[in-house]
Structures are given as C-alpha cells and as structure tokens.
Design a protein around this ligand. Structure first.
Ligand code: AMP
Length: 280
C-alpha cells in the first residue's frame, strides 16, 4: 500500500492511473479504523480499480474543542489495518495540507443541515462539507463510499455533489455492528468498560422503539426512549426522532407510502454516540 501525505504526490499517482482509464473509489475517514470502515474499502475495491482511503481528523467539523482533542488518533495501526484490507493508497495529510488558509465557505443545505445533528452540533455539517469538497477536489474519484451509520451525513454529501455539479457517485453502505449490536464507531474505543456495557443497550432500545411504533404510536416510542435513557444516570439523550427517510422531516404517524427512520444521538458518559434504524 502506498502512503501519501502530500497532495502533489497523490495527484501524480492519480494522474497516471486515470491516464490508464482506471476508476477511482474513495473512502474518506477520520481514522481509528474498525471493520465498519473496512466494509467501505471492500465495497470500493469491488466497484473500482483503485481504492484511496483518507485519514484526516477534520478540525472544522468539531463544534466542541475537547471532543476534537479527545478524538482517537492511531495512524500506524490504521495503516496496518488498511494494508491487510488490500487498500491501494492511504492519504494521510496534515491540517496545513488540507487548509493552507482558513476555509470560510458557508454551505446552505436548507432544512437538511438544520435538523437532528445539524441542530445539535451547530456548524458540524458545514465543516463536513468543507473537508469533503476539498478531498473530492484533490482525489477526483468516480465513486465515494459513505456509511449509513451517519445517515444524515450521506444526505448532506449527496446534496453537496449536486451543488458542486459533480458527477461523483455517492454509494451508501450498511451499518456494521459489534456482536452485541452496538454500531461500530471510532468513539467506542473511548468508552470505559462500564460505559461500553451501557452502550450495548442502544440497539435493543432502538428495536424496542420500532416495535412500539408498530404496535402503538410514534409518540409512545419517543416517550419510551426518553424514560429508558433517564433511568441510566450516565446516559443523556440528545435526540430521538422518527423521520421521513427521504427528507428527514419529523413524522407523527407511519404512512405505508413512505419509508420512516428512527435516529438517536445520546451521551454515554462524555462520549456522544449515534445510531439509526429503518422503521418501515
Ligand atoms: P468516520 O471515520 O467516523 O468519519 O467515518 C468514516 C466513514 O465510515 C463514514 O462514511 C462513516 O459513516 C463510515 N462508518 C463509520 N462507522 C460505520 C459503521 N459502523 N458501519 C458502516 N460504516 C461506518
């Protein structure tokens, strides 16, 4: 596997591959890689001739400075993991390489970046759009792979490529889970063993909520999640919403014509976790 830290070197490599008409698949990440990330690498390898993975902890998407400082960083381990997955290139740029000057771009995604994580983490999706736009311009992939664990993010990225007038195909990939059902996340490594144990209740809560939506109502499911999370002192609910899966508008009733999705964000101790589950 090749490792590039400089844009110019990566571009020279890509120029050669593109001159041979090789298709390029791109998997942007913030590192501390787990099998969820590797599933995106595998999807890219199946669909494209060359797979590039970037590892870059993007400062502009963190609205909380301590969260940025605490974010796990383990580039050597990531490189070994990617090598085992037969990834072709690891792009590991510095902050100065990505942002030679401050990026002041303000994006407007309408309702999409004002709800859920957009509302609870002000500026987060603007930062995500800044870095993904920059990375897309550097790599120029044919396809880019994103995980449905960050469901709202996939929608933002699809809106971004539309705004950029870009032909990059955005491929969304299913959530990979630990054996106990917890969605894999780099942040899971920050949990203490007690917090990890508590976190493993999240997928069961989501499944129970889905059942309550089907048997009773959306409001009963919301009340259930509020009450269950309140019972655990180290859990703090940020939001639990049931939304139209196409627009993210909150819905109050299930409609057989439209897909609905439950989305949750909550703190376990100091660590913020997210998950989602299709309801219908
Ligand atoms: P991150 O490093 O957390 O920014 O994630 C990089 C990419 O991996 C994003 O597209 C995430 O949605 C995706 N990802 C993270 N966790 C998972 C998971 N458990 N299953 C599938 N994809 C994931």
């Amino acid at each position: 596997m090749l490792i590039y830290t400089k844009i110019a070197d990566l571009r020279a490599f890509l120029k050669e591959k593109k001159s041979l008409n090789h298709t390029v698949g791109f998997v942007p990440t913030m590192g501390a890689l787990h099998n969820g990330h590797i599933s995106l690498i595998e999807a890219s390898k199946k669909a494209c001739n060359v797979t590039i993975c970037s590892v870059f902890v993007n400062p502009t998407q963190f609205n909380d400075k301590t969260d940025l400082e605490r974010y796990p960083r383990m580039p050597e381990k990531d490189a070994r993991f990617l090598e085992l997955a037969n990834c072709d290139v690891l792009f590991l740029p510095s902050v100065d390489e990505i942002y030679p000057k401050k990026d002041e771009t303000i994006f407007d995604f309408g309702f999409l970046d004002k709800t859920l994580d957009g509302k609870h983490r002000p500026g987060h999706f603007n930062g995500v759009a800044q870095v993904v736009k920059r990375l897309f311009e550097i790599v120029g992939p044919d396809k880019a792979f994103f995980g449905e664990k960050d469901y709202q993010q996939v929608m933002i990225i699809k809106a971004l490529v539309k705004q950029m007038g870009s032909s990059i195909e955005i491929v969304s990939c299913p959530i990979l889970r630990e054996a106990d059902g917890l969605a894999m996340s780099s942040r899971n490594t920050l949990l203490t063993s007690e917090e990890r144990e508590i976190a493993s209740r999240i997928p069961k809560l989501m499944l129970d909520a889905k059942k309550i939506v089907k048997e009773k109502s959306i409001s009963a499911a919301k009340l259930f999640i509020e009450e269950e999370t309140k019972k655990v002192s180290i859990m703090k609910l940020d939001y639990f919403e049931i939304c139209d899966a196409e627009t993210l508008e909150e819905i109050s009733e299930i409609n057989s014509q439209k897909k609905a999705i439950a989305l949750i964000a909550l703190f376990v101790g100091k660590i913020r976790l997210i998950d989602n589950l299709l309801i219908s």
